[in-house]
Design a protein around this ligand. Structure first.
Ligand SMILES: Nc1ncnc2c1ncn2[C@@H]1O[C@H](COP(=O)(O)OP(=O)(O)O)[C@@H](O)[C@H]1O
Ligand code: SF4
Ligand SMILES: [Mg+2]
Length: 332
């Protein structure tokens, strides 16, 4: 039994009387201690899927229109989409934490960083005295690689660099001792060296604490040496799921293949980044059939007869090999 099990999740947004599908029938799971990467271009539904895990998509305009999110912890099962207020609060406090791309989304400019970490500790409910909290703040700051924690805890966020703020945000998330850490493009705003340090830190944390991590990224290059498993999303659909190794070495979906050929290679840093021609359609204009039609290189090689199926019918996600699913009528 997986720790987190997402089944056929659909999330829509009600915009000007229309129901726009941001996430459609998404299924994936996360085991205890696993790093799962959620990959896809901007607008594909990665953040909405992650926010939904703790029912954080605002309603309205968001609507949870189908599926389930089940979380197991010891002998307790949380059916996230139908928790009452009290259990939802408990779930958010103890089971799941988020870190985002912009530290400013989580750090409050008017409080010292130590006070903000203390807040996460107190919210857990098992620490009440200042001395214990202080010890924990220092320990968690050390854990995220911050030197001179006694001084740094007294700083305001603006006194720290971007990479340092990101570490503080991770410290806050760790201080709540979650079972699952959701890192939504945590390094996109940072320069390459700091990115690598933050990713290494996340890997270390998983190694030491056995925490599960969902790492959202649009860079498949990161995934290869970080993640155990990968979920690729395109236009609100999960289009491929497999182990990271399989995704990198034997991708099945034409979108995953295109993403892999767009990964920048270090030795060619001076070359222009290759991107996939065309754009992700917006939920207001999803085609009736496969949402990747129009950008799909495999479809370009098909006869008009075969393309007709791509155009008319959304492919189901299917297990093509053991542990390897793909949503395409024609990839084998
Ligand atoms: N509050 C909102 N209102 C309307 N549409 C939204 C809202 N939040 C996200 N969306 C739409 O949902 C889709 C998925 O967004 P998102 O999950 O943020 O993508 P990603 O994280 O993969 O870049 C996008 O088309 C986005 O425009
Ligand atoms: S169903 Fe057709 S358009 Fe969609 S990914 Fe497969 S070949 Fe391409
Ligand atoms: Mg996002």
């Amino acid at each position: 039994m997986a720790m987190l099990d997402v089944k056929d999740l659909s999330v829509d947004f009600l915009v000007e009387g229309r129901k726009l599908p941001a996430v459609s029938n998404a299924s994936f799971s996360v085991e205890k201690g696993e790093i799962l990467a959620l990959v896809g271009e901007s607008g594909c539904g990665k953040s909405v899927s992650c926010m939904a895990l703790a029912r954080l998509v605002p309603e309205p305009p968001g609507v949870y229109s189908g599926g389930s999110i089940t979380f197991h912890h010891e002998d307790k099962t949380y059916d996230v989409l139908s928790l009452d207020k009290k259990n939802l609060r408990e779930f958010r406090r103890h089971r799941i934490s988020y870190i985002f791309q912009e530290p400013s989304a989580s750090l409050n400019p008017v409080f010292r960083v130590g006070e903000q970490i203390a807040e996460s500790i107190y919210l857990r409910g098992d620490v009440e005295d200042e001395a214990t909290a202080r010890k924990e703040i220092i320990s968690v700051l050390k854990q995220v690689g911050i030197a001179e924690p006694e001084q740094k805890m007294l700083c305001y966020p603006h006194e720290l660099s971007g990479g340092m703020q990101q570490r503080i945000m991770i410290a806050m998330a760790l201080a709540s001792k979650p079972d699952l850490l959701v890192a939504d493009e945590p390094t996109t705003a940072l320069d390459v060296t700091i990115q690598a340090q933050i990713l290494e830190l996340l890997r270390e944390i998983r190694g030491k604490s056995g925490m599960s991590i969902i790492l959202v990224t649009h860079n498949l290059g990161i995934v290869a040496d970080m993640a155990d498993n990968v979920v690729v999303m395109y236009a609100g659909h999960v289009v491929e799921c497999a182990t990271a190794k399989t995704i990198m070495q034997e991708p099945l979906h034409p979108y995953t293949r295109a993403l892999i050929s767009a990964v920048p290679r270090l030795q060619h840093q001076t070359e222009k980044l290759s991107t996939i021609p065309g754009n992700v359609p917006s939920p207001a204009n999803y085609p009736g059939g496969c949402r990747f039609f129009g950008r799909c290189q495999l479809a370009d090689t098909l006869t008009a007869d075969k393309q007709a199926l791509c155009i008319s019918t959304i492919p189901e996600i299917q297990e093509k090999r053991k542990g390897h699913s793909c949503r395409c009528h024609y990839s084998k």
